[in-house]
Design a protein around this ligand. Structure first.
Ligand code: HMG
Length: 384
């Protein structure tokens, strides 16, 4: 049975900061941020947006009533959860008007969470071929103002419907994975911002890619010639470049050129948004689908979540995928955002709602929003 991604939707907050302006504010050479790190813009969520509302906004783009009837499994991959107990999926069930007979939960393993969700969805559809699964990657990447990680922040969500006979991407069930207890990046429960050993995290990321690529080749008797595209988890766009460069001189030059060209097409959206943590690999997929993909292409996808878990798996772009992707709507959403000043971003960043807070719908310009906090319980509303 063919199983994979049948639909994919994306949501990015409406405000962004310009990375050159961020560099100027931090007294850094802008080339370091635009070339050395490889970013142009960074999405800034409003204080009334969080992992729940971002996820709702992404799923809202693709969900139909027919999907709602068929969904049997709903998984949210996130490391920006708003509750230590209740899953983001449970918060979303009424916001997305999902029926009750659905198995819903959240997966946390840094940026790997959504890939774990997709693999579980694959198994679920294998056993329940007439059902569908909804998997959402949703996150706000935060390191703190004036930290080395600040330039690699971002926010947004990617929602995917998994089914048999998928119209976008078919998984070929070839996959290698690994886990190692590594201190490259972490976020203790008391902190809204992450801690990272930046340079070390880059080394671990590249090491995971090279180890998994070696394993994949051995396990499936594969070579780079089997793929025209490799998509990477993109915490910032230079990171994938570093992993890709490990192939230079080890694969034929024309193959390396092709992979590099396709990688550039896959990072266009990330350059304009920043790190989505769990969603970054899938934002790369969406960018590639909009900016370069061809029908029947065989692609390799590298998922990495600090701490660390990595997985390298292959898939095939489906004939007619373009008819399922609303290219114009995605490009409009990215193009019609509003640039805010670094000063305004810093103000937004520091807003922290406390218990008893109530957010007036008039002040909100998103469909799904945090409406208040009562007895420390977060409450959400849909703006009609
Ligand atoms: P840094 O120390 O500020 O930067 O931190 P740097 O000094 O390493 O410079 C960065 C690059 O800019 C270097 O290039 C410089 O040469 C270059 P590279 O050697 O790396 O190719 N550069 C310039 N280029 C042009 N013109 C100039 C110039 N000056 C310098 N004038 C770092 C950078 C990424 C470490 C920091 O932002 C950070 O800590 N980020 C957060 C951690 C991170 O994103 N790690 C990625 C791997 S871990 C991962 O992917 C998982 C993650 O998504 C979390 C999860 O799983 O949940 C993060």
């Amino acid at each position: 049975m063919d199983i994979g991604i049948d639909k994919i939707g994306f949501y990015v907050p409406k405000d962004y900061i310009d990375i050159v302006e961020l560099a100027e504010a931090r007294d850094v050479d802008p080339n370091k941020y635009t070339i050395g790190i490889g970013q142009d813009k960074q999405a800034v969520p409003q204080p009334y947006e969080d992992a729940v509302t971002l996820a709702a906004s992404a799923a809202d783009k693709i969900l139909t009533d027919e999907d709602r009837e068929k969904i049997g499994l709903f998984i949210v991959g996130t490391e920006s959860s708003v509750d230590e107990s209740k899953s983001t999926a449970a918060f979303l069930s009424n916001l997305l008007e999902l029926p009750e007979d659905i198995r819903s939960y959240e997966i946390k393993q840094a940026c790997y969470g959504a890939t774990a969700g997709l693999q579980s969805a694959y198994d679920f559809i294998n056993g329940n071929p007439d059902k569908k699964a909804l998997v959402i990657a949703t996150d706000i990447a935060r390191y703190g103002i004036n930290t080395p990680g600040e330039v690699t922040q971002g926010a947004g969500a990617v929602a995917m419907i998994i089914s048999q006979n998928p119209r976008v991407l078919k998984f070929d069930h070839k996959s290698v994975y690994m886990t190692r207890n590594v201190g490259d990046f972490w976020r203790p429960t008391f902190s809204k911002t992450a801690f990272a050993r930046g340079k070390f995290s880059n080394e671990v990321y590249v090491d995971f890619f090279t180890t998994l690529w070696r394993k994949y080749r051995a396990q499936y008797d594969a070579t780079a010639e089997d793929f025209s595209t490799m998509l990477f988890h993109i915490p910032y766009t230079k990171m994938g470049t570093k992993a890709l460069r490990t192939l230079e001189g080890n694969v034929p030059d024309d193959k390396y050129e092709e992979l590099t060209k396709h990688y550039q097409e896959s990072i266009k959206f990330s350059r304009a948004v920043g790190n989505l943590y769990t969603g970054s690999l899938y934002l790369g997929l969406l960018s590639y689908l909009v900016n370069g993909a061809q029908e029947n292409e065989k692609i390799l996808m590298f998922s990495y979540g600090s701490g660390a878990v990595g997985e390298l798996f292959s898939a095939e772009i489906q004939p007619g995928f373009e008819s399922v992707i609303d290219k114009a709507a995605i490009e409009d959403e990215l193009a019609n955002r509003q640039k805010i000043s670094i000063e305004d971003y810093e103000k937004i960043y520091q807003v922290e709602y406390e218990d008893g807070a109530s957010i007036d719908a008039e002040e909100v310009d998103t469909k799904f929003y945090l409406s208040g906090i009562r007895e420390n319980e977060r409450l959400y509303k849909v703006k009609r």
